[in-house]
Design a protein around this ligand. Structure first.
Ligand code: SF4
Ligand code: SF4
Length: 419
């Protein structure tokens, strides 16, 4: 696509990156067919090709309007369009650049501004979020339905094995996950412990930065990344850890992007590149230990009926990290019967804070996803991202867990003990 960027952005790192991305797009529109918001709304401007045009216009100097911002707001940043695009257009990066410019040209007002500000300040603070969730659980019957659907009962974490192996990995605690589902990281620690790897959380690490970054607080998102790097660096520098495990696939995308986010920061660029190189989804870690896992599963086999599982592959896993088919294979190897899920490439509507900011579209996507997951009688649903798990849990009685918890059930007994 021919581009002629305006002077305000042309010679900046963002301008150069946007120009390179725009030049790759050949207008073919293949991406439109797999875009969830285009499928729901049928408007070219609510699909990737239309949004790319809108961003191009703004970067070429045409002033953004409230309508421009609306079409970009409706985008889930699910990146299904990237998976479909035959030209390798990095839509997600272009959207980050475009939205940031639009945000400055068309500032938020009223309740929209207040809500986004509150989300930026509240969600990334684990202490504050944990306290609020505790109160929400205590007073759930008194909450309005829209809020009470978002307050899950939580699960006991179970035992976290003490570090005993030479092989060690760090794990990101994150912001909302420790309060909502401490069982996910604890189950990961038990599975890896059984595979000969000790998992440790570094004090001082917290939110990955995705919440602030995607709410257009790019400086705040980068500050979160620097804080995590500082917390992990002593273990990395001393060679004490071989990877950084990120159990929420949405956070995993962000941590794997630290090298890109901080590439212009001379004090952090090299460290961020090292962190990106070390970041792993648990699916990648467990897959690399497939032989040990097979032996453990064989030793623990028998006595349990095969359960029917539907796997919801989060966009951040399949489109963002491009990890496809791995979790499904691990669950099958562990003896679960995997049910087919129609339109598995489509977003469930969670998408970070999207379910709060775009409740109508998010609700429709959630209903579609739950229908697809339930279509073949699954007894449980597995996912790989805390946001999707909590979002979908509010709409079904079928239990939804992180897939690592299902592997944990098959190979360790400690998951039954309350922590
Ligand atoms: S990121 Fe998702 S919602 Fe946004 S344009 Fe691409 S496919 Fe559509
Ligand atoms: S599929 Fe790729 S090249 Fe074609 S319109 Fe979409 S982004 Fe552009």
């Amino acid at each position: 696509m021919q581009t002629n960027l305006a002077g305000f952005i042309k010679d900046t790192p963002e301008g150069r990156e946007a120009e390179a991305i725009l030049r790759k797009c050949v207008h073919c529109g293949f991406c439109t067919a797999t875009c969830p918001t285009y499928q729901l709304l049928g408007d070219e401007l609510d699909g990737p090709r239309g949004r790319i045009y809108l961003i191009k216009q703004v970067l070429e100097g045409q002033r953004a309007t409230v309508k421009t911002r609306l079409h970009l707001d409706r985008c889930l940043t699910c990146r299904a369009c990237e998976t479909t695009c035959p030209s390798g257009v990095e839509y997600g990066r272009l959207a980050d650049i475009g939205r940031h410019v639009v945000e400055q040209q068309v500032p938020r007002t009223g309740s929209d501004r207040v809500l986004r500000g509150a989300l930026r300040e509240f969600v990334p603070r684990p202490g504050l979020f944990g306290t609020a969730l505790g109160l929400g659980r205590a007073f759930k019957p008194l909450l309005p339905r829209v809020l009470s659907a978002k307050v899950s009962p939580g699960r006991a974490a179970g035992v976290w094995p003490a570090p005993r192996h030479d092989r060690r990995m760090l794990v990101l605690a994150g912001c909302v996950q420790p309060a909502m589902r401490p069982s996910i990281n604890a189950a990961t620690a038990r599975v890896l412990d059984a595979l000969g790897i000790s998992l440790i959380e570094a004090a001082g690490a917290g939110c990955c930065g995705a919440v602030r970054f995607h709410l257009q607080d790019h400086d705040g998102g980068r500050a979160d990344a620097r804080r995590n790097i500082d917390a992990w660096w002593p273990d990395i520098e001393a060679g004490r850890v071989e990877a950084i495990v990120v159990t929420a696939s949405g956070c995993g995308v962000q941590v794997k992007d630290y090298a890109h986010l901080l590439k212009e920061d001379p004090a952090y660029a090299a460290k961020a590149a090292r962190v990106t190189a070390l970041a792993r989804d648990p699916a990648e870690v467990v897959l690399a230990e497939a032989e040990s896992l097979k032996a453990l599963l064989a030793a623990n086999a028998g006595g349990r009926a095969r359960q029917r599982i539907a796997f919801q592959s989060p966009c951040s896993l399949q489109h963002g990290q491009r990890i496809r088919g791995v979790v499904e294979g691990l669950l099958q190897a562990a003896g679960y019967e995997l049910m087919p899920v129609a339109d598995a490439h489509l977003c469930c509507g969670s998408a970070g804070t999207y379910s709060i900011l775009q409740p109508e579209l998010s609700g429709r996507l959630k209903a579609n996803k739950l229908a697809a997951l339930a279509a073949h009688g699954a007894e449980r649903i597995a996912s790989a991202n805390i946001g999707c798990i909590e979002h979908l849990s509010g709409g079904t009685v079928v239990p939804i867990q992180h897939w690592i918890e299902l592997i944990d059930e098959k190979i360790t007994d400690d998951h039954r003990k309350s922590g």
